[in-house]
Each structure stands twice: as C-alpha cells, then as structure tokens.
Design a protein around this ligand. Structure first.
Ligand SMILES: *Cc1c(COP(=O)(O)O)cnc(C)c1O
Length: 602
C-alpha cells in the first residue's frame, strides 16, 4: 500500500513529512485551492530523497505551465485534477508519471475511465465537490466494486484516522495507495505530523499485510499459523505479542540500522552486470548480498533476532543450519553480543560444509550434529525445536528462514526486507526507473527471496520469480522442487506446501546445495504461489553448477550454489531489450569451492 501526502506548502512541514518516508508528496499548483502557494521552496524540494516522488497537482492548467513547473521543481509525477482529456494526460508520460483524478458521487459512471486506460499511470478517486478535492469528505467506497479496469488507483477524499478500519476492508485488486490530505492538518496546508505518523503505522503495519502479508491470526490466505506442541506455546506467544512493538520501536530501529551499516556493511551494492546484460539482452542487476559480513543475506535476520532476544531478556541462543551460513551468522551475532550459542546441523551437512563448522567453532558456538532422518536441514530443525521445548524460559530460537510458526515468517521477512528497500532506492538512483520488470531469487525456505520481493509485492506489474532446486531432476526422486512435488500440509509449525507421502510423512529432499535442500517453503511463498503472484520454477544441480561457472568467468563473481540456481533461470527466459531484471545474489561461493572443484575437475 502506497502512501501519498498531499497539499504540502511550508519548508519545515515538508521536511517533517518527508522524514516519515511517504511514497509520494503532493504540492497544489492550482491557484484557487487554500493549499496553493505561488512559490514553492525549491531547495527543500530538491533535497528530498529520490524515492519520495514529488507530485504537482493541476486543475485544467495549460501544457506550457505544467511543463515549465516540471522543469523548475523537477517533479516526478503530475496529478491532473480537472477535466483533462486522455490525450492531454498521455502527452506528459514521456517526462513524468501521470495520475488522473476523478471526483466520485453516487451517479459516477465508470465507463468514462476506459478512454484513459493505457494513457495514464494511476487513477485517483476523490470525493466530487465543486472545489476539485481537499474537502475532507468521503464518498461511498462500495462504489469501487464497479471499477473493473487494470489501472491501479489511489483512494482520496476524507481518508482519516477514523476510517482506517473501513479502508482495510476494501478488497480491490487495483487498490494501490491512499492519499492523505485535509483530515491530517492543523491548518490548510500544514500537516499534523503526529496524526500522520499514526496513520503511517496503521497503513504500513496493518493494512499493507492484508493483501500479500500476514493477517492478525498469523495466516497468509490458507497458509501459516502456529502448529506447535503445547509446551512451546508460551515461547511463541511471547514472541507473537511482542515482536511488532519491539521491532517498530525507534531505539530498536536505530540499533538495527547502525549494525547493518557499520557491522554488516550495508547498503549492499546494486551492480549493473554489463556482460550478463549483453548476453541475455536486458539490463541485469545483481543485488550483492554476497558482500555482507559472513557472506550471505542470513546476517540481516540474525542481527534482527539477536537484538530482539536481548530485549526479551534471553540468555541463550539456539539455531538450526543447513549450508552453515545461518549457523555462522548466528554464531557471529552471539559473539558480538556475548551470548551462549548452540547450533544444530545435520551430519551430512557438517561433512559437506566443513569450513562453516570450523567457523562456528572458532566463533565460540557449540555445533551439535543431527543424526536422524536424512541428516540434513529438516532434521536439524527438529532437534532445535526439541531443545527449545526443553529450555523455554531463557532460550531464544533464531530461525534462519521465513519458516516456522507465526510470527517467525513475518518477523524474518521484515528483517530481510531491507534487501528490496535498498534495491528500490538504488535502482531509481542508477536508472531513473522506479520498478524493474523482473525480480528473481532462489528459494530454500525463502528468506532471501522474501526480502528481495517484499517491497515489490504491491507493485503488481513487477514479475516475481522464485527458483527452487530440482536436484537431479523433478522426476528423479532426488529433488527439492517443493511447489512442483509438494502438497498442502504442516511442516515445522506452519501450514504450507511441502513434499510428503500420501499419508503425510515428509519426503527426504535432495539438492547439491545445502541451503536449498529443504522439503518445504515458507507459508508466504505458498500463498504467493497459490494465488499466482509469484512464479515458481526449478533448476537442476547441473544447470546450477554451469551457471555458477558462467557467472564466475563472465562477471568475476563466484556465487553460492544456491544463488547459481537463480542465475541459471536466466537461460530459460526471453527478455525485451528495455527490460530491467534484478537478481538477488544471496551469497558467495567460497563455501562451495570443493563442490565446484569436484564437478569441474579443476
Ligand atoms: C541459506 C541460503 C539460501 C536459502 O535460504 P532462503 O531462506 O531460501 O534464502 C540461499 N542462498 C544462500 C547463499 C544461503 O546461504
């Protein structure tokens, strides 16, 4: 859900609104409005961050004036609030994003919008008044059900703190954002920052999750929940009650962001891979999570959870690990905070990821082998759950992906969402383009993918592609292609899609990459898969290893074998030359060198 704050005027007030991080800010360039100001503070507008889109609102203005004001203030967006035609609206689209506003009353005929399809970027539905908006009055929102076109819309007109619950109930596929204006003012054009802050919190934390995120019961559509033994209930319930207030706290955010910046080395670069772009015929960007401290995206979540554990007063940390990357990340943050750390790891994984076992030991963690079942990630997860049941009071379990009982999937997704938050800003800075056509990532449990998708979920025009491990082939009996082979069921505390026998026993997964060798996916992925918001594909061991070699030799980046699955997917796609593609480079390949060496006989 996008937030636009409209009708700004005064320099200090503009800065205070910008500090809240709206997606759009609007300035009225219409002389009859009480929010009009003849001369805007140009220096303040220029200093706004690029990801806050500056919008100029016009009513029946001449093209000449509109163009000269776009030049003068470098507006990114124009909002046409009068009787402008579709052709007139379209004539600005090579320069700016175009919103066309309509005042709605009970007689409004949605047929008139058809002419504007493909001619404007967004509609804005306001309450019809003689004064072209800003009335503070609402219209009958049930009317939105009559709107059937594919152009996304903003809701305007009387949006206030009093009707947030009604807004939450608007379940329209094109409902894209809200416009906050006169009901958030202390005087015309002067915004009430504390009221806006409350609205932002509600919209960002309660309304955004409605569509693709978790609901208040911990579900994403049919998936999620907390299927846990009674003995774990107090631990999980404590987390559920506290996680949002802890991670939204200003002190927590400051500490989290400081560590991401100065300890992890964020923001991670968004790198334009030129040789790849040439080869695949599109603009291809790598989001370089491999450059993070400890070598993958896993550290983002580990830092978030250790800060949370500290605030919950926990004295001991447990974790499970597959590739060893999450174990290393957890051992690292425990060393950083001086907290005891026990990591469970499947025996087979311990053998194939020996360097990471040594790293964890060096960092002071105890590594406990899981020797049941396939002796891989799912068995390590079972052992960790057992430990948590035995030590409910003093121990926090740092789960390494967007799996497990609610609130873990949502909590981990929020910590990893920094990946897409940065990507959006970086892409805009580097290309002037707000949105890529494709966003791609590999999926084990799904945390790097969820972090990479998070801030693009609402941008329906962005195609999300999640790549699973096909192992030796989806039909080979040695695979981890969960969406292809799996069915709905319960795994590790949540209802999701998993590979299982007809009587519900978990099928042993297989992939050459330890991080993707998992029989399920997180519940949010199961939901995105089921409703078709993201596309799920799979790549074999051979295809991944070849892609790892190609990336090494064409871009000088040795990727983790997990990541190489996402890269291999490029071979199966065809692009238009102006497509922009962002791939999450989830981790570096140092840990996989032995596997690469054996395969290629170097
Ligand atoms: C752990 C890991 C993965 C898979 O985990 P997700 O939760 O699906 O992201 C992918 N890439 C790397 C480098 C990893 O370490």
């Amino acid at each position: 859900m996008k937030i636009k704050v409209c009708g700004l005027r005064d320099p200090e007030n503009i800065k205070a609104v910008a500090a809240l991080g709206p997606d759009y800010v609007g300035f009225i360039c219409y002389g009859l409005s009480p929010r009009y100001v003849a001369e805007l503070p140009g220096d303040v507008l220029k200093a706004l961050p690029a990801n806050i889109r500056k919008t100029a609102v016009f009513v029946n203005e001449s093209a000449e004036t509109i163009n000269s004001l776009i030049d003068k203030y470098a507006f990114d967006v124009i909002q046409l609030h009068g009787d402008e035609s579709a052709e007139f609206s379209n004539s600005f689209r090579n320069r700016v994003t175009v919103f066309k506003a309509f005042g709605l009353n009970d007689d409004f005929n949605f047929d008139q919008l058809t002419a504007y399809e493909n001619k404007v970027d967004y509609f804005l539905f306001d309450t019809k008044t003689a004064a072209y908006g800003g009335s503070g009055k609402t219209f009958n929102w049930d009317m939105l059900n009559n709107y059937k076109l594919a152009v996304p819309f903003f809701l305007s007109g009387g949006v206030s703190l009093d009707n947030m619950d009604e807004i939450k109930k608007i379940d329209h596929p094109q409902f894209y954002g809200v416009d906050l204006n006169s009901r958030f003012e202390t005087a015309p054009g002067v915004k009430d920052i504390s009221k806006l802050k409350q609205a932002f919190d509600i919209i960002r934390n309660k309304i955004l999750p409605m569509k693709y995120g978790v609901n208040e019961h911990g579900y994403y559509g049919d998936f999620g929940g907390a299927y846990i033994p009674e003995m774990l209930y107090p631990n999980v319930e404590e987390l559920r009650q506290q996680y949002l207030s802890i991670i939204n706290d200003a002190g927590f955010k400051a500490e989290f962001n400081d560590l991401l910046k100065n300890y992890v080395g964020r923001p991670s670069p968004l790198y334009h891979a030129k040789r790849y772009s040439e080869k695949y015929g599109a603009s291809i960007f790598f989001k370089r999570e491999d450059l993070n401290h400890t070598g993958s995206h896993k550290i983002n979540n580990a830092i978030g959870q250790i800060l949370l554990a500290k605030r919950l007063g926990k004295k001991r940390i447990i974790a499970e690990t597959g590739a060893g990357q999450h174990g290393v990340a957890t051992a690292t943050v425990c060393a950083l905070m001086g907290i005891e750390c026990v990591v469970y790891m499947g025996e087979i994984d311990m053998a194939r990821q020996a360097p990471n076992v040594s790293r964890m030991k060096m960092l002071g963690a105890t590594v406990k082998p899981a020797s049941s079942g396939s002796k891989t990630l799912k068995d390590a997860t079972n052992e960790a759950m057992r430990d948590w049941i035995a030590n409910p009071v003093d121990t926090h379990y740092i789960i390494g992906s967007v799996v497990g009982p609610y609130p873990y999937p949502d909590m981990v997704a929020r910590f990893q969402s920094v990946i897409s938050e940065e990507t959006k800003k970086q892409l805009l800075e580097q290309t002037g383009k707000e949105l890529p056509e494709y966003v791609m990532a590999c999926v084990g449990g799904g945390s790097n993918a969820m972090g990479m998708f998070y801030h693009f979920l609402d941008d329906e025009q962005v195609k999300l592609i999640a790549v699973e491990a096909a192992g030796k082939g989806v039909d080979s009996g040695h695979s981890a292609a969960t969406t292809f082979l799996g069915h709905e069921g319960v795994l590790h505390g949540s209802r999701t899609i998993l590979m299982q026998t007809p009587d519900g026993q978990v099928v042993e997964p297989y992939s050459i990459s330890a991080g993707l060798d998992y029989p399920g996916i997180g519940p949010q992925h199961a939901h995105l898969y089921k409703i078709n918001r993201a596309q799920y594909t799979s790549i074999t061991d051979d295809e991944a290893l070849q892609a790892g070699l190609l990336c090494s030799q064409m871009e000088g980046i040795i990727p983790a074998i997990e990541t190489a699955h996402a890269l291999a997917q490029l071979e199966k796609m065809t692009f238009k030359s102006d497509d922009t593609v962002v791939i999450c480079i989830s981790g570096r390949g140092d840990k996989d060198l032995d596997t690469y060496i054996k395969y290629f006989n170097f």
